[in-house]
Design a protein around this ligand. Structure first.
Ligand SMILES: Cc1cc2nc3c(=O)[nH]c(=O)nc-3n(C[C@H](O)[C@H](O)[C@H](O)COP(=O)(O)OP(=O)(O)OC[C@H]3O[C@@H](n4cnc5c(N)ncnc54)[C@H](O)[C@@H]3O)c2cc1C
Length: 435
């Protein structure tokens, strides 16, 4: 049986939590689902040792105090959709949910770029290692190099330090001038400025290198050292772990599958929304990082706005429009000052693995200009990540334009696919350039 919600929210990060809370305030039946067992999304991921930050606890407990109870659907991963229903897999079963309105709050993932040695054990994304540490993976006493780009590097270093890691340094690929210009603008976003000052104070003894990036990781069975390039040349740093991420990329596979228009102006698509967060498909709204990377404050405001809109309460949404515009300007600041150095596109060599799931090297993709042809010939993008890592990296390297939105969004059990009543599910292929 397909369960129906007046408003269904996909993603229980800051945007989804705010959306569910706002919508339920109008007395409609709200469902909030997430692939994860707990609410909080990426930034508020539960920390096994230190618990959740107060803001997360407040946002989560607020869900219990709404006029209509919110149905929380944990470990519900959306793997397919049509314009009325979502196909979901839980650890036990397949579920279909229908909706009056849908709020897509699927967040973002890290941008990982291939370089020699990046598949060695001990090399992870920056946010990836942060998440592992929060989940209890032991980093105590490990020597960690944090590298890549953007403010997430600071947050990662702070988390690792809290878990007992020895952070050897933060290597930011953006130039010192760009980072300084970014910092000079932060006064416009006071909460961000305070956070930056707090992180800097916490990490006062950790060296921060601008215009610096990792070009190679060394090691036989695991990373033991990295080569770092900066204006002074190349240096080698012995380490146990490398956490490297080049910012965030919106998760647009679900909205793409739902037929929502994607904004493709940048290298990576984001959901296109109007000022009231309506997508191009009626009754589907999007909020938070899926609409472009703008940070926590924007995600929370957009979640509230989308929740009101999805519940049909336009008047309640109106006061938030200005706040949203202001919070979104932070995205422009990030884009401008943390633009990636073109040298990063040249790090992968012909024998560097690009698709980690299927062991496809950069050299194996030579001669293909079309992601679909490359996929069929090499299996690039056909593994567990479904092109989310390699497709995104290849787009950044200028090889193939983008990932696609073919179902299933995540690997699924055959029984789930076979039992689905969504007619177009197995035959659907966007024909997109899915890597
Ligand atoms: C790895 C990582 C670490 C980060 N750490 C920090 C940090 O320390 N500090 C900071 O300021 N910012 C951090 N950020 C950025 C931060 O996530 C955002 O600024 C903001 O929290 C985004 O909120 P959101 O609700 O839009 O998305 P998210 O918090 O990403 O939440 C999206 C949720 O949607 C769920 N979801 C996605 N697709 C599906 C699906 N198909 N089915 C079911 N559920 C789905 C995900 O499981 C996730 O819980 C991090 C981002 C990432 C990717």
């Amino acid at each position: 049986m397909t369960e129906h919600f007046d408003v269904l929210v996909v993603g229980a990060g800051p945007a989804g939590l705010a959306a569910a809370h706002a919508a339920a305030g109008h007395g409609v039946r709200v469902g909030l689902l997430d692939a994860q067992p707990r609410q909080g999304g990426q930034i508020w991921r539960h920390d096994a040792r230190h618990g959740a930050p107060q803001a997360a606890t407040n946002a989560i407990t607020a869900l219990a105090n709404t006029p209509m109870p919110i149905t929380w659907l944990a470990q519900h991963q959306v793997i397919g959709a049509d314009e009325e229903r979502l196909l979901i897999e839980t650890p036990q079963a397949a579920v279909e949910l229908s909706f009056g309105s849908l709020v897509v709050a699927t967040g973002a993932r890290e941008l990982l770029l291939p370089f020699p040695g990046w598949t060695l054990p001990g090399v992870t994304g920056a946010g990836g290692l942060q998440a592992l540490a929060k989940q209890g993976w032991p980093v105590q006493g490990k020597r960690v190099v944090v590298a890549g780009s953007g403010p997430l590097l600071w947050a990662t270093a702070a988390t690792l330090r809290r878990h007992g890691a020895h952070v050897l340094g933060i290597h930011e690929q953006a130039s010192a001038a760009a980072v300084r210009a970014f910092a000079m603008q932060l006064w416009r976003w006071p909460a961000r400025a305070v956070q930056a000052v707090q992180l800097r104070a916490l990490l006062h003894d950790v060296s921060y290198h601008c215009g610096s990036f990792v070009r190679r990781a060394h090691g036989d069975t695991a990373v033991t050292a990295v080569e770092v390039v900066n204006a002074r040349g190349v240096s080698r740093i012995d380490c146990d772990l490398l956490a490297v991420g080049y910012g965030l990329v919106p998760n647009v596979e679900l909205p793409g599958m739902l037929g929502c228009t994607l904004d493709r102006h940048g290298t990576h698509p984001a959901v296109q929304v109007d000022g009231q967060l309506r997508t191009s498909v009626a009754n589907i709204y999007a909020a938070g990082e899926s609409c472009g990377i703008a940070g926590l404050p924007a995600a929370r405001i957009e979640g509230r706005l989308a929740g009101h809109m999805a519940a049909g309460a336009t008047a309640a949404a109106t006061p938030l429009l200005g706040q949203r515009r202001r919070a979104r300007r932070f995205a422009e600041l990030l884009d401008r000052h943390f633009a990636l150095n073109p040298q990063l596109q040249q790090l992968a060599e012909l024998d560097t693995i690009v698709c980690r799931c299927e062991d496809v090297t950069l050299g194996a993709l030579a001669g293909y200009t079309d992601a679909r042809a490359a996929r069929l010939a090499t299996r690039c993008g056909m593994g567990a990540c479904q092109g989310r890592i390699c497709g995104t990296a290849l787009a950044e390297l200028g090889r193939f334009p983008c990932s696609g939105n073919r179902p299933p969004i995540f690997p699924a059990r055959l029984a789930t696919l076979a039992g689905s009543a969504i007619p177009s599910f197995l035959s659907h292929d966007s024909g997109d350039n899915h890597a």
